[in-house]
Every structure is written in C-alpha cells, then in structure tokens.
Design a protein around this ligand. Structure first.
Ligand SMILES: Nc1nc2c(c(=O)[nH]1)N[C@H]1C(S)=C(S)[C@@H](COP(=O)(O)O)O[C@H]1N2
Ligand SMILES: [Mo]
Length: 421
C-alpha cells in the first residue's frame, strides 16, 4: 500500500467500515505522479467524506429503475389476475417449444396443454443441483446509466433446453414473457444456442432467475422468473418469462432490434460523475466521486480531465485524447455490499467470489466500480470536467465501440464554476 493510502486509512478508520481501500486496487493510483497526490493527502477528510456518501455497491431490488413494457404493466396487475395468468410462483408455467416456422428437432416439448410445462417446484428441483448466482449490473442500452446492481440467482437455461431432448436443427433460442396475451405487446429476445449451452471465457451462464440479492424476484423485477444474460444489456434479460422457443433460425430476432439497436453488443465500460460541486472557491482543492460501469473489456483505470472553457478544444479531437488525463482512485470492494443482502455480505458460492466472500478479481467485470479524486485548486473561471474509463487493453472510452446504438459510452461532461464568493 502506498504511503498516502496508509495514512488515509489510519486517519479515517471510519471510512473503512464501508469501503476497504485495498492495496490491490490502488495500483492505478499508486503512480502518485499527478499533481493531485499532494492535494489528496492534505484534504483526506474531505475526500473521505465524499466517499462515505457514495451509493451502496448493490442496489435494493425495489430501488432498481424499471424498464417495463405493457398496457397494463404486468407487474401492476392485481394479485388475483397475476395468479390467473401465471405471474405468481404457484401458477407460473414455462413452455419450451420448437419454432413452428423454423422447427428444431426435439424429442419432446414442454407445454401447458400436455401438462409437461415446467412449474416453479420443477425449477427449484433443478436449482438443488444446478443453481448459480453471480453479480451483474442491469443497464438499458438506450438509457445508458445502470438501473441497478445485484446478485442474480437461477438455473442455467441449458438445463431446461436439455429437457426437450434436442437432436438437430437448433441455431437460435428466443424467449419472451407475459404480454397481456396481445401479440402487439410481445417483447422477445434471442441468443445463439451455443451461448446457452456453453459459457465462453469466464462468463457465468444464462439463467432462469428467481432470486435477486437473496430475495425472491419481485414482480417488478420480472418475477416469478426472468432470464438474466450476464454480458448483455437489459433487453436480453426478459421478465415474466413464459416461453422459450428453440429454432433453426440463423439470425437474431430480438424485438429491440426493430428500434435500430445493435442487439449483439455486450456491455461497454464508461465512467460517470456521482458528486461534484457546481461552484468552488479559487485555489481550493475539492472532492469528486463517480462510478464506472465495468464492461466486457473490464476497466484498468478511470481518468479525469479538467478543461478551462475559455481555452479552445482542437476540433479534430472527437474523443478528447489531447486533454491532460489524470488517474482517479478506483475504490476497492466495500465491507458492506448493501442492496438488502443479509448483513451486507455476499452469499456463499457466488461466482466471482472466494469462500470468504471476497471478490476473486477487482474490479469485477460486468459490474460497477466507484472512484474518487481530489481536484487541485484552480483559478477563477468556467470549467468542464470529463471522466473516462481505460479498458484492460488500454483503450480509452468511447472506443473501441463508439456507436450509440451499441450502448452508451460517450464521454460525460460536467460543468462547474470557480469563483470567489
Ligand atoms: N417482458 C419484458 N422483459 C423486459 C422488458 C420488457 O419491457 N418486457 N424490458 C427489458 C429492458 S429494455 C430492460 S433495460 C430490462 C430492465 O430491467 P429492470 O426493469 O429489472 O431494471 O428489462 C428487460 N426485460
Ligand atoms: Mo432497455
């Protein structure tokens, strides 16, 4: 651990109740080359104060932002109606069928009509042997900022796929949920069958999810059962799941694709400010905090650049690479993960965590990481603050995939004024 952080921790034991600032995560900050280093030390209490006000790492299920379609919204139906249409654990049924238009060769289908559809008890039976849980940030491709961060638990989708005794002619799997029995309200997502059968690299499986942060999945979050696809934006994680279709279709057929979205784009990394003052006094260092979404290419570091608005920006520098970028401190794993988890602890056997509940790697891919920095005192003026992630390969945001319809990665700008009061 570097000297600054050691002293920081000694002086601010308070802070470490929520956030361990571990040496492993400070490698980026350890290059105390930046002019920020000295200021950071001198203003440790202001920085620790800002850090202590950060959001919790995990989000309580009720605090997620909701992106739901349907008139009426399925989760707003009265309980009686929910029970009638299979939106309650005791009445939930999952059909797994062959696509009538592009049939897959199956030994059997799971259907309500034949009494072979999977019910919730059947799912929990599979869970006894196959259940997994893993952390994931849920982000809408179109909204950009995360809706919430949680530990999702369920049964790998491949387990129910194998129940159909598939033989041949399966290339695509698509799936949808309860949509008021109105074809116009259908919201469908799809994956190549290979992604369901096998988990590439170190990704968790695609799951039929029934718990979030240790609690039964609420109706608003898509309960009784939703799909959760670890590496994708939210639209692949279909709520109120009723139907899985095994198909010989050779391409994606996600409803989201009809709105010009790139439906094959995995989660990107980006940084955003959480707290920054609107106005500061001249020559007075100040604290700011933020988070980074950790996409498929991970996050090596978060950087900040301050620009005096009176200075012109070069107009051939779309991604602001000519600004002077300074590393922020990325914060380590919290001691209390929040989100309504029992005792704020990670449940046993969560993928990506060791037996003591500590993350195997940091930051955790497909999650978030928080950051903080003391900015140096500045002369009076109007300024723009930018932050960006640099991924594992050293590629800075918004590259390598800068297009908006493959997910948000544009560099955020935050304005502030430095003036004497
Ligand atoms: N059945 C169904 N599933 C759905 C949706 C929907 O409208 N209907 N919205 C999707 C989209 S676009 C997103 S971003 C996520 C949002 O998940 P959340 O509401 O749990 O935050 O759910 C996805 N699953
Ligand atoms: Mo979305």
């Amino acid at each position: 651990m570097n000297n600054f952080m050691q002293q920081f921790m000694d002086q601010h034991a308070e802070l470490t109740r929520r956030w361990f600032l571990r040496s492993s995560v400070l490698s980026a900050a350890a290059c105390g080359l930046s002019p920020l280093a000295a200021n950071r030390f001198a203003n440790a209490s202001e920085l620790s104060d800002a850090i202590s006000k950060l959001e919790s790492f995990m989000t309580k299920p009720d605090d997620f932002r909701d992106v739901s379609r349907g008139t009426p919204l399925p989760h707003k139906l009265p309980d009686e109606k929910k029970n009638e249409v299979g939106l309650a654990r005791q009445s939930w049924r999952l059909e797994v069928i062959s696509d009538p238009d592009k049939p897959a060769k199956l030994g059997r289908q799971l259907t309500v009509k034949d009494g072979t559809a999977l019910d919730f008890d059947g799912l929990l039976k599979l869970a006894e042997k196959h259940a997994v849980r893993f952390p994931k940030v849920m982000t809408c491709l179109n909204i950009g900022c995360p809706l919430g961060m949680g530990i999702w638990e369920g049964v790998p989708m491949r387990e129910v796929l194998w129940m159909t005794e598939p033989r041949e002619d399966i290339r695509r799997v698509f799936y949808y949920g309860y949509h008021n029995n109105d074809p116009k309200q259908l919201f469908r997502s799809s994956l190549p069958v290979g992604r369901i059968l096998e988990d590439p690299f170190d990704l968790p499986p695609v799951i039929l999810c029934y718990k979030l942060n240790g609690q039964w999945l609420s109706s608003e979050r898509g309960g009784p059962v939703r799909v959760v696809v670890p590496e994708h934006y939210g639209f692949k994680s279909i709520k109120w799941l009723t139907t899985i279709v095994l198909s010989n279709l050779e391409h994606a057929n996600d409803t989201y694709g009809e709105k010009n979205n790139d439906v094959d784009s995995p989660l990107k990394s980006f940084s955003a400010v959480l707290s920054a003052p609107k106005e500061v006094k001249p020559d007075t260092p100040f604290a700011i905090t933020g988070y980074a979404q950790v996409g498929i290419a991970s996050v090596k570091k978060v950087q900040l650049a301050i620009h005096n608005d009176r200075d012109e920006l070069p107009d051939d520098d779309k991604y602001f690479s000519s600004l002077k970028w300074i590393d922020a401190e990325t914060l380590g794993p919290p001691s209390d993960w929040g989100g309504g988890l029992t005792d704020g602890k990670i449940p046993a056997n969560t993928l990506g965590f060791d037996s003591a509940g500590a993350p195997a790697a940091w930051p955790m891919r497909l999650c978030k990481v928080h950051w903080a920095a003391m900015l140096p005192g500045l002369p009076a003026g109007e300024y723009t603050l930018r932050s960006r992630t640099v991924d594992e390969k050293g590629i800075a945001q918004p590259m390598p995939r800068p297009f908006r319809k493959s997910g948000h990665a544009a560099i955020e700008t935050v304005s502030f004024v430095v003036k004497a009061t």
